[in-house]
Write a protein that binds this ligand. Structure first.
Ligand SMILES: *[C@@H]1O[C@H](CO)[C@@H](O)[C@H](O)[C@H]1NC(C)=O
Ligand SMILES: *[C@@H]1O[C@H](CO)[C@@H](O)[C@H](O)[C@H]1NC(C)=O
Ligand SMILES: *[C@@H]1O[C@H](CO)[C@@H](O)[C@H](O)[C@H]1NC(C)=O
Length: 250
């Protein structure tokens, strides 16, 4: 009974959050509110990382544009929400994006504790004919010990903004033109100053696999990196499945 009343409170909570956003009041602190830009007619996959302790809990996407919830492991024509408990994340893939899909999206976990829900990621999707920030491939793969590079494009008005390559899992970022103490020489990032910057990761390790994003200012694009085992001829079934998943959604 208590669970039900708690869950019933979720949706008004989210709605009031949206209303507060509309009126310009920031009611949730400590979240970044990234903008993801996607080309009209295109698709996007958004990773929603959650704390390991929520592996067994229900998770869903709340769409601010049509005020609907979609729970994990749902696949529809234009929307898939898939849990990956082994990676402590769920992915949201939205296809055939149109201008009307521009708006806020909320990745939510039912915590089973107080407070009953937790917003774990709150991206603002902006559908544009020429996206402000984009990548050619939102899925890249390499081999252990090998290299990958990702080119991130930005529109002219983002010329003078901060350009970064960040890992979602631990929020570690590499910044153009900066030598942060935690910056490893295995990641190089260079801006051509003419609309794109390139991230080069060398000496890949299996643990480099995961979700990253490239950003210019507050606008970003997610990129999934898959690092395959080095031994030639060995097939890692799991990686193969992930690649299939990505190909199917690009
Ligand atoms: C999927 O998106 C396309 C393009 O916007 C639309 O024509 C179609 O009706 C959508 N499908 C569903 C099930 O909403
Ligand atoms: C969702 O699917 C994943 C595999 O893709 C599975 O591990 C997980 O248990 C499923 N979750 C639910 C609630 O069915
Ligand atoms: C940088 O290198 C250190 C030491 O090898 C490692 O612990 C750390 O995870 C690396 N950082 C990244 C982002 O790969």
């Amino acid at each position: 009974m208590h669970m039900h009343s708690a869950v019933d409170m979720i949706y008004p909570l989210i709605l009031s959050g949206i209303l507060l956003h509309i009126t310009g009041v920031e009611c949730y602190t400590g979240w970044s509110n990234p903008t993801l830009t996607v080309k009209t007619g295109g698709s996007v996959t958004i990773p929603c990382h959650y704390d390991e302790k929520y592996t067994q809990q229900k998770k869903f996407l709340f769409s601010g544009t049509d005020k609907s919830n979609t729970f994990t492991n749902t696949t529809e024509e234009n929307l898939s929400v898939i849990d990956h408990p082994d990676q402590s994340l769920f992915t949201v893939t939205i296809r055939n994006l149109q201008n009307k899909d521009t708006g806020n999206y909320y990745c939510v976990v039912e915590t089973g504790e107080q407070p009953p829900i937790k917003m774990i990621y709150e991206p603002y999707l902006k559908i544009q004919s020429a996206p402000d920030v984009s990548v050619v491939n939102s899925s890249v793969s390499g081999h252990e010990g090998g290299d990958i590079s990702v080119q991130c494009f930005y529109s002219p008005r983002y010329q003078d903004t901060l350009k970064q390559w960040c890992r979602y899992k631990d929020k570690m970022c590499y910044t153009v033109g900066r030598t942060n103490t935690f910056q490893n020489s295995s990641v190089q990032i260079s801006d051509d100053g003419r609309g794109s910057f390139t991230v080069l990761m060398t000496g890949l390790r299996l643990t480099d696999s995961g979700w990253y994003y490239c950003s210019a200012g507050d606008t970003l694009n997610p990129v999934q990196l898959t690092v395959n085992e080095a031994e030639p001829g060995t097939v890692n079934d799991k990686v193969w499945h992930m690649e299939r998943f990505c190909l199917a959604h690009n």
